[in-house]
Design a protein around this ligand. Structure first.
Ligand code: NAD
Ligand code: LMR
Length: 330
């Protein structure tokens, strides 16, 4: 057995938090050899509901679950945390844009970044799920300047998984047959799914799905607007699929990505593909031994480049807005 890993979930009583906790407790994130300690942060009004979730976690009799603490105190929630899933934030409702969420949610990440800086373990790795996820991750990172920047990620794995699933469905194969695709940019409808290097089995995506119009049109639109389509159908934003994607992201960070494949992550840019340094945009990446490396050297067609630039510009606008609101670098 490995040493226990302490994991903080913020917004633990919410829809995504509820789905996450049980996957983590059952070993779905860190595997069957790693015990976990959960720290569940909520706002005071939702602590009772989170306590109910903690009761259910106990009732699950999970052999790997060593300890559960429910609290409304960020200091206690991040105390000694090795991993943090920052979900606690208001979700988008029908008719809202992600930018509408910045004013509502951004301040949460400024405060929680400070709590991470002061209380988390030295090896803290944080994934922001709460929207607007990329800019909230930038706010979190700026509030914890002594923690290495590459430890702050935003969730783009859901966009990645959506792209994989659309391609698999169209080709009539399982999702596991699709590899080497990724999604550039912001977790918003400006995102840029990229299949140029993708494979389905041993064929290129463009050979396996011989329909350029679909690949360049409906596929891209479906993936980029899937969040709104789910809100429209469910009357609530995606929850189980978002939790599953967050689990995939953290599992790969800890245990490594699949041999011969890459996935999408968003972490502070180190200038790869001309994305400005520090910008938290979706890029292709591989994880080995707990470290991510961005896949470099991929050719970008001019039209794709333009769309990536537009999505990155949107991220820079969001950051400028956050700075104006006094929540980025405050
Ligand atoms: P939800 O409303 O069901 O749950 C959110 C929870 O966060 C609530 O229980 C709330 O009390 C709690 N919360 C609010 N402020 C908090 C704070 N300061 N500290 C701790 N907890 C706090 O929402 P949900 O469906 O779980 O979604 C959560 C967030 O995730 C939303 O912002 C949503 O837009 C986002 N989301 C992101 C992705 C992605 O791919 N990045 C996908 C789906 C949803
Ligand atoms: C999603 O992509 O499902 C979430 O980010 C929810 C949303 O607001 O789109």
């Amino acid at each position: 057995m490995n040493a226990p890993v302490r994991i903080t979930i913020t917004g633990a009583a919410g829809n995504i938090g509820y789905a996450l906790a049980f996957r983590i407790a059952s070993g779905g994130m860190l595997g069957a050899d790693t015990p976990v300690e959960l720290r569940m942060l909520e706002i005071p009004q939702a602590v009772r509901a989170a306590e109910g979730t903690a009761m259910e976690l106990l009732d699950g009799a999970f052999p790997l679950l060593r300890d559960v603490v429910v609290t409304d105190d960020a200091t206690a929630a991040f105390d000694g945390a090795n991993m943090a899933l920052l979900v606690g934030a208001m979700p988008r409702k029908a008719g809202m844009d992600r930018s509408d969420l910045l004013a509502a949610n951004g301040a949460i990440f400024n405060e929680q970044g400070k709590a991470i800086a002061e209380n988390a373990a030295d090896d803290i790795r944080a994934l922001v799920v709460g929207n607007p996820a990329n800019t909230n991750a930038a706010i979190l990172r700026a509030a914890a300047p002594d923690v290495p920047g590459e430890r702050f990620h935003a969730l783009m794995r859901l966009d990645h998984n959506r792209a994989v699933a659309q391609l698999a469905q169209r080709a009539g194969v399982s999702a596991g047959e699709v590899s080497r695709i990724h999604v550039w940019g912001n977790h918003s409808n400006t995102q840029v799914p990229d299949v140029a290097h993708g494979q389905i089995g041993t064929k290129s995506v463009r050979d396996a799905i011989a329909d350029e119009a679909w690949l360049d049109g409906e596929f891209v639109r479906t993936v980029a607007t899937r969040g709104a389509a789910i809100i429209d159908a469910r009357g609530a934003s995606s929850a189980a699929s978002a939790a599953s994607a967050a689990i995939d992201h953290m599992r790969d960070w800890a245990l490594g990505t699949r041999e011969g494949d890459w996935v999408t992550i968003a972490r502070p840019s180190q200038g790869e593909y001309g994305i400005p340094e520090g910008c938290i945009a979706g890029v292709p990446a591989i994880a080995r031994d707990g470290e991510w490396s961005v896949v470099t050297g991929l050719e970008l067609a001019p039209a794709l480049r333009q769309r990536i630039d537009a999505s990155v510009a949107e991220l820079q606008d969001e950051s400028a807005q956050a700075a104006q609101l006094g929540i980025l670098g405050a």
